[in-house]
Design a protein around this ligand. Sequence first.
Ligand code: SF4
Ligand code: SF4
Ligand code: SF4
Length: 294
Amino acid sequence: MYKSIRYLRIIIALLAMGVPTWALLAGYDSVFVRMQIFTALISGASVCLIFWLVVTLVYGRLYCSTVCPLGTLIDCTSAVSRLVRRNRSNYVYAPPATRTRIIFLIVAIASILIGTGIIPTVFDPYSAYARMVNELVARPLGLDSGAVSFTLSSLSIAALTAVAVVATGWRHGRILCNTACPVGTILAFTATRPYFHIEIDPDRCINCGECERVCKAQCIKLPEKTVNVSRCVVCFDCTAVCPNGAITYRTGSYRLDMPLMQSTSNEGGKAQTDAGCSACAKYKIKKIKDETIH
Ligand code: SF4
Ligand code: SF4
Ligand code: SF4
C-alpha cells in the first residue's frame, strides 16, 4: 500500500512543479503561486496560511513533499544522484541544526520587515524556484515575456540558488529544507508532533537499515528506533522500502511488547531499545516467525 501512496505523492509533486514551470515559461499566472506559504506570509493571506498550518498539525509536512517546487527539485537532484552513483543512497541520521535554522528564520523575517525589492524573495522557496526558471531557462531560450526586467543581481542569485540546490541535494538530500528554508522551519515548529506521523514499530524492526539509508531528511535515528518528525517531509520513501512493515504512517506511538524493554529514562518520551542485546534480537525473530505462521 505504501508503494502506491509514494507513487501518488510523487505524481502530485511533479504536477505541482510542472504546472507552475509551464506557466512561468508560457507567461501565465499560476494558481500554485497563491498556494505558497511565503507568498501568503508576505501578502497577509491568512486563509492560505491557516490552511497549511492545520494540514501540518494533522498530517505533518505534506506541503514540503507535494506542493513546494523547490523541494521537488531537490528530490529530483537526489534521484539523479542515486542513478549516477548506482543507487548508493546512504543517508545517515544527522542531528537537528536548530540554531542555524532559527538564525535563517530571523534573517528572513527581518528582511520581510525592512527589505524591499528582491531581498525578501531570496528566502521564499517558490520565488527562488521561479527566479531559476526565469533567469536560467526562460531567458536563455528567449521565452521570457520581458515583463520582469533583467538585473544582474537576479541572475546571480538564481545561479547561486541553483548551485546550492544541486550541491547540497546531490549528497545531503533535504539539508537545505532543514537548515536554511524559513518555511521549512515554521512548518517544523508546527509539526513537532503531528496527529499522523512516521513511526517505527520496535517489535517488527529487524535493523536492516533500509529506511535510514533512503531518508533524504536524515531524520531516522535507527539505534533508538525514533523519527524526528519535525524534520520528516512525509515522502513515504522509508515506508515503501521496509521489508517487514515496521515503519508506518499512523497516529499514536508504538509500545514494545516486552515490559522490561520500555523506556525508563523517558528521554524525549520515546521508547528505547537495546539493538545489541541478543535476547531481544532472538525474541524479535521468534515474534516475526510467529506472526508469519499465523
Ligand atoms: S523546507 Fe522549504 S524548500 Fe524545502 S520543501 Fe519545504 S518549503 Fe520547500
Ligand atoms: S526498514 Fe524497517 S526493518 Fe529495516 S531498519 Fe527500517 S524500520 Fe527496521
Ligand atoms: S522519515 Fe520517511 S517519510 Fe520522513 S522524510 Fe524520512 S524517508 Fe521521508
